[in-house]
Design a protein around this ligand. Structure first.
Ligand SMILES: [Zn+2]
Length: 358
């Protein structure tokens, strides 16, 4: 399977300037090419090359390959929506193919720039690239973010042999207080994330009131940092869940996320959390980490998972007097609501397994 990985680059200041100049030139060239594409109403690469190739090479000082790439970028964007004339961000990502990117061992990469080739050290090689049997795909994107250069690469990772029939199911409930709770009752906390979000929200309000250019820049940086943090938390949770399932030879049962937003009743303040990030990302991470580890994931019907008593099967809204508590009105079984939901989710996967066999 294919995974994308961000490798951190560590260029010298001089190399950094060359890379920035290259990104500017490529994006300006692509914007110019898009202008011509728009004016001539053509999304055809060959036709567009005939029209702008010489001009772009001359005006922006690009190599043949970079010129062709810039034209391709313009074509793709214009093709997506022919009603608008695409304009590319000054420092938007630039695609590097093997003709302009060469690996120098595993510690450095040679990149073509407008001032010749530079050999840039790679600071962080990423987790997949180092795993057994991983191979690097040809193309990469040069990305500049908050003052740091990255190379976004695609890595082909061998798919492990699939788990035999799981010896049980680890049910996972995705929540708010805890981002996830599994059917053994283990919580996976989102506490840190919520604290950071609250702090940032306060800061954002202050900066927005200011409205200056530098305040806006700071805002943007904050938002990125926050989403990186949340992403990292999701990675950690997904890794833990998948590791636990693998070690205990269980499959993972998740609610079909389609149901999540209908099911959970939350106060307004929390609703922002729920929608802005998290659930889809966490599920995506669990799913692909599970696939890499050979752990089976099964999605189950989310209806009434939080209202059903795992003891006697009684379904009742009143089984859940508060958001955090479960207490069966029929048999008295009580517990923490997320844990109960996770148990129900795990059980539903068993039922599905039986259906599959029949
Ligand atoms: Zn009961």
């Amino acid at each position: 399977m294919l995974v994308t990985e961000l490798l951190k680059l560590a260029p010298s200041p001089e190399q950094g300037r060359a890379l920035l100049a290259t990104m500017r030139a490529c994006n300006a060239a692509a914007t110019r090419a898009a202008e011509v594409a728009f004016a001539h109403r053509t999304a055809n690469k060959i036709a567009l090359q005939r029209l702008v190739y010489a001009e772009l090479r001359h005006e922006f000082g690009l190599s043949a390959q970079m010129t062709v790439r810039s034209i391709a970028k313009a074509c793709e964007a214009y093709k997506r929506d022919k009603t608008i004339k695409p304009v590319f961000r000054e420092l938007g990502a630039v695609a590097y193919d093997p003709r302009i990117l060469t690996w120098k061992g595993s510690e450095a990469v040679s990149l073509l720039t407008v001032s010749g080739r530079v050999v840039v050290p790679v600071l962080y090689r990423g987790r997949w690239l180092q795993s057994a049997g991983a191979t690097l795909r040809g193309q990469a994107d040069l990305v500049y973010r908050d003052g740091v250069f990255f190379l976004a690469v695609v890595v082909e990772v061998p798919e492990p042999s699939r788990q035999e029939e799981p010896q049980g199911w680890l049910g996972v409930d995705l929540g708010i207080v805890n981002l996830a709770t599994d059917s053994t009752g283990e919580p996976y906390s989102g506490k840190g994330v919520r604290a950071v979000r609250r702090r940032n929200a306060r800061l954002r309000a202050k900066l927005q009131a200011k409205g200056t250019k530098s305040a806006k820049r700071l805002l943007k940086r904050r938002r990125r940092k926050e989403s990186r943090f949340a992403r990292n938390v999701n990675h950690v949770i997904a890794k833990k869940l998948v590791g636990k399932a693998k070690d205990t030879r269980q499959g993972i049962a998740l609610e079909d996320l389609q149901g999540i937003r209908d099911r959970v009743t939350v106060r307004k303040a929390q609703r922002a959390d729920l929608h802005s990030w998290g659930f889809h990302q966490l599920r995506t991470f669990v799913t692909y980490k599970a696939a890499l580890a050979g752990v089976v994931v099964r999605l189950v019907d989310p209806r009434n998972t939080s209202r059903t008593c795992p003891g006697c099967g009684h379904i009742d809204k009143r089984n859940r007097p508060t958001r955090d508590e479960f207490c069966c009105v029929s048999c008295g079984l009580a517990g923490q609501a997320d844990h109960i939901a996770a148990i129900n989710i795990g059980r539903r996967a068993v039922r599905h397994a039986a259906d599959d066999a029949a």
